[in-house]
Structure formats: structure tokens, C-alpha cells
Design a protein around this ligand. Structure first.
Ligand SMILES: [Zn+2]
Length: 542
């Protein structure tokens, strides 16, 4: 299991301004989260690195930013309208929803049924037990249950049909039939929450519907996209014609997607609104398997390049019965989240299914003409589909450490410098010394042109270091009396740089600060440390 508790991550995220619950002052909106001042910087870094590495650093990729709302036919062609659903049932009294295939389990484990089971086990006479329960605990726990609302009618039936009734678990359904009935006597499933009548199960579309236009009756009903992929498929020909790309090539997109999950949860892991980072990579049929493997390897390496430890990440091959009917192969990148191994990214070989579907539904040909072979082909598609929120959560969980420094606990986010929301903190050692404050301010403004840099003088230096450790700032620059000099000593025009991970410190001339920082951001602390005058190590309690 992961060694980090999810609650600790949630609490750090709130305390330090990474992630807040949506609409918290109104009691919060379930499963929606807002990225705060540090969170937005951090998540932008995740997206920027993904874009740089997958689009800018490759010859065979271009980007796209499609609209969230799309023509309703898109979702018919993609198969989402027909089959993107889970069965659900709702209570006609209290309005709670349950997955239909999980309802019996929910009733069995509900508060009111637990209490009824206890009563039935303690009383020999079942009718007497039901009667007492209906007049007591039943009233509080299952106010909408027929047995509680109309005990005389319901129990009259019991007396005639089940005179010698004994409760046994295997006949759980028979008990429910007896105590949950409509006024005309028809048995129904009782609500796990209140005992009320549950609706007939029906498929719950995972699609969030919306209406474009001022008058609902005449508006166009469409959906908030459940994935960004379709925006790429429908633009395949536009991109091909405008960019003159040759196969193989890919289109990348980062954007929001929406799924009306019945059971969201685990912080930002499963939410109804989320952000995807998707690639559709088009290849000549026959080269698809080779390209699929290349993408699996590239994406697996990507997470590790930015700090995910290799013991916390793995690949999982989909079983044949897990695959969508059109998919040839799918491999998940999984991360060891606090709740266990879960999907971080899926890399699928979707064959030519999507382009052919859109061709059929739109009547437009979506093909590629190969100049060399003088043949038309419908490309196969390799889809590496990652979650921006999930990636951000995984990098954060992996960076989280609790360390002992001279008998004190230090919480530190060991972010890769490229991921860290703040790169540098400039800290004046004495905030009452105007020369120090002036120099620190000037240094801060200079560094800001290249890196996200903050200035903080609101606590003692030890506390300031701890604060920056906790939000993952890789380097602190301290300005002290030596820097600016005093009546006894001339200024040395040098500052101290402290490394977050080793807590080592070096002394660097101000006019070389930017050059040294450039090196440090590229991961060359050890080199800089060996070449510079050292300062004694100041730990968390300095
Ligand atoms: Zn209910």
C-alpha cells in the first residue's frame, strides 16, 4: 500500500492553497474541486510539460483546442448516446439514487435494516417483533416504509400468510416483499435511506445534458463532452488539409470533460468535471502495434522523468473481456494512490473505428491519401489518454515526504523543479533592516523575469524555510547583513542559496545569481555545491 494517507494530502492542499472544495461556503458541491493560488500554478505546470514534451519537442505532433459543446450527432456516432450508462434507481420519497446493481447490498447494510435484523433475531414471534420495531426504531430510521406507515394493513397480511415466519438471510427478499408494499399491495424495493418506494431501474446516462438556446422547447439538446477525443476525430480532415502532415502524425488536446458519475470520490481522482490530456496518433494500418508499444513506453517513462518513483508506477495490460469491442489492445499506466493501484492513463489501439463511424454518420470521407503508394487508407489510431487532475494528484502524492530533521518533523514536497508552483523564495534575514529589504526586493524582481519567485518576510527564517518546503519550492535565496554590509563591514554582495532536498547552502555573488539558478533548475545542485563556498547547514529548526 501507499504510505501516504489521502486525508493528509487533502488537508495540506487546503491549508496551503493547492485545492479547495467547490462552493465551500455553501456547504460544498460533492466531487467538484477548485485549484487555489498554488494549485493553478502547479496544475498548469503539469499541463505545460505534457504539451511541451508531446507537441513542441516532436515533429509528428500538432495541437488542437476544440469546443466543449459539439453537434449532438457526434455522440451518436461515437456510441456514447446508446451505451455510455450505468443502471440506477431513485427513491420516490427522499430522492436518493443508487446503482441498481448495488441496491440489495445497500438495503442489507442500511441502518434501518440492520436494526430490523437485530429485532427479529431477539424476538421469537416475528409479527410481534415487526410490530414493536414499526412503532419504535422503524419510525426514526425508515419513516417511509409501508410497515411503518400502515402497520395494521401490512401486519394483517403477515398474520394470514406468514403465521410461522422465521427470518433467514437467504429469504431476505421475502421479508422485503412483506414489509415494503404500495397501498394496493404490490411489493417494491425499499429505499436504503428511508424505506420509501424505489423507481424501476433505468440506465443513467453518464452524459451531462445541456440546452443551447434561450427557449428549452426549441433549443438544441447537446452534451458537455464526456471526452476530448471526439473533438480530435471530427477535426481530422481539417488538421490534415491545413498542416500537410504525413502519416504517422498525432493531434494533442488538453481540455475539460464531464461525466455524470453515480459514485465520484477519492478527492480529485474521480470527479464529474475533469481535465484530460489526450493524443490521437494516426498511423498506417499494419504499423499500429509497433506504434502502440512505442507510446506505452514513452508515456510510462514520462511520469518517471518528473519524479514518480518506479516502485509506485506500473503497466497493466487489459484482459480481452475488458476491451471495447473495437479496440485491439489497451494498456493502463497505474499509480499506487493512497486508495490503491488505480488508473493514471490508458493507452489504447482504437483501430479505424472512430474515423469510420464519423465518416458513416457525417457522410464525409475521412481518409488519407498516400502519395507513395497512390492508395487511400483509413488510418488506425493510437490513443494515449491521461488525466491532468490525476497526474497532478499522483505527482503530489509521490513528492510528499515527512522527514525527521534534528528531532523535528519536516513536511516537504520534493517536486521536480519544473513542477514546483513556486521556483524561488527570496527571504530577508532581518525585515527591519531597510538595506536588506531593499536588496531582497530588487533580487526578487530580477528573478521574476525568469522564474515564479515569491518574497516572504512574515516569520523567522526557520519557519519561512519550513513553509517553502511544504509547498515544494526548490530554492530559497536569503539576504543577510553580510550581503549589504554594516558600519563595521563592507557589503560582500553575495546571497545564500538553500537547496530544499539536501538543505545544503551555498554562497553566491548577486551578479552570478541568475546564471547559477539556470544550472540549479536543470538539476545541477551537486555541481554548484562542489564549486561554491558553503554555508553551514540550517535545518528545519534553524
Ligand atoms: Zn428514500
Amino acid at each position: 500500500m501507499s504510505t501516504v494517507d489521502l486525508d493528509k494530502i487533502v488537508s495540506l492542499c487546503k491549508r496551503r492553497g493547492f485545492i479547495f472544495q467547490s462552493s465551500e461556503i455553501y456547504g460544498g458541491l460533492g466531487s467538484a474541486w477548485d485549484y487555489g493560488p498554488l494549485g493553478v500554478e502547479y496544475k498548469n505546470n503539469v499541463k505545460r510539460l505534457w504539451w511541451r514534451d508531446n507537441v513542441h519537442l516532436r515533429d509528428d505532433m500538432v495541437g488542437l483546442d476544440a469546443a466543449i459543446s459539439m453537434h449532438p450527432k457526434v455522440w451518436e456516432a461515437s456510441g456514447h448516446v446508446a451505451s455510455f450508462s450505468d443502471p440506477f434507481t431513485g427513491c420516490l420519497s427522499c430522492g436518493r439514487y443508487y446503482r441498481a446493481d448495488h441496491l440489495n447490498e445497500a438495503i442489507w447494510n442500511s441502518k434501518w435494516f440492520e436494526s430490523l435484523k437485530r429485532r427479529l433475531a431477539n424476538e421469537k414471534d416475528a409479527v410481534a417483533a415487526l410490530e414493536k420495531w414499526a412503532a419504535g426504531d422503524g419510525k426514526k430510521l425508515a419513516p417511509n416504509l409501508a410497515l411503518v406507515q400502515r402497520p395494521d394493513v401490512v401486519l394483517a397480511l403477515w398474520k394470514t400468510h406468514r403465521a410461522n415466519y422465521r427470518f433467514v438471510q437467504s429469504e431476505f427478499g421475502e421479508l422485503l416483499d412483506g414489509i415494503a408494499r404500495t397501498p394496493d399491495g404490490t411489493p417494491h424495493n425499499p429505499c436504503p435511506n428511508c424505506g420509501g418506494q424505489m423507481s424501476e431501474p433505468r440506465p443513467a446516462s453518464l452524459m451531462l445534458e445541456t440546452f443551447l438556446g434561450p427557449v428549452r422547447e426549441t433549443a438544441t439538446k447537446t452534451y458537455l463532452r464526456p471526452e476530448t477525443a471526439q473533438g480530435i476525430f471530427v477535426n481530422f480532415d481539417n488538421v490534415l488539409q491545413s498542416s500537410r502532415k504525413k502519416l504517422p502524425f498525432g493531434i494533442a488536446q488538453i481540455g475539460k470533460a464531464f461525466r455524470n458519475e453515480i459514485t465520484p470520490g477519492n478527492f480529485t481522482f474521480r470527479t464529474r468535471e475533469f481535465e484530460q490530456m489526450e493524443i490521437e496518433f494516426f498511423v498506417v494500418p499494419g504499423t499500429d502495434e509497433e506504434w502502440h508499444q512505442k507510446w506505452v513506453d514513452a508515456r510510462f517513462a514520462w511520469y518517471q522523468n518528473y519524479g514518480i518513483r518506479k516502485e509506485n508506477i506500473r503497466l497493466r495490460e487489459h484482459e480481452q473481456d475488458e476491451l471495447a469491442f473495437y479496440a485491439k489492445r489497451c494498456v493502463d499506466v497505474e499509480y499506487l494512490f493512497p486508495m490503491g493501484w488505480s488508473e493514471l492513463e490508458g493507452i489504447a489501439n482504437r483501430t479505424d473505428y472512430d474515423l469510420k463511424q464519423h465518416s458513416r454518420f457525417s457522410g464525409r470521407t475521412l481518409e488519407y491519401f498516400d502519395e507513395e503508394t497512390k492508395q487511400k487508407v483509413v488510418p488506425y489510431v493510437i490513443e494515449p489518454s491521461a488525466g491532468a487532475d490525476r497526474s497532478a494528484l499522483a505527482f503530489l502524492v509521490d513528492a510528499y515526504r515527512e522527514e525527521q530533521v534534528r528531532g523535528e518533523k519536516r513536511v516537504v514536497l520534493r517536486f521536480h523543479p519544473e513542477l514546483a508552483p513556486t521556483k524561488i523564495a527570496v527571504l530577508p534575514l532581518l525585515k527591519k533592516n531597510s538595506k536588506i529589504v531593499e536588496a531582497a526586493t530588487r533580487i526578487c524582481h530580477g528573478l521574476r523575469k525568469h522564474w515564479v519567485t515569491v518574497y516572504d518576510d512574515t516569520a523567522s527564517i526557520g519557519r519561512l524555510y519550513r513553509r517553502q518546503d511544504e509547498v515544494g519550492t526548490p530554492f530559497c535565496v536569503t539576504v543577510d547583513v553580510q550581503t549589504v554590509g554594516d558600519e563595521n563591514k563592507p557589503p560582500d554582495d553575495e546571497v545564500t542559496i538553500r537547496d530544499r532536498d539536501s538543505m545544503e547552502q551555498i554562497r553566491v555573488p548577486i551578479d552570478r545569481l541568475e546564471a547559477v539558478m539556470m544550472d540549479l533548475m536543470a538539476g545541477r545542485w551537486a555541481k554548484a555545491y562542489s564549486e561554491s563556498p558553503k554555508q553551514p547547514v540550517a535545518g528545519a529548526s534553524a
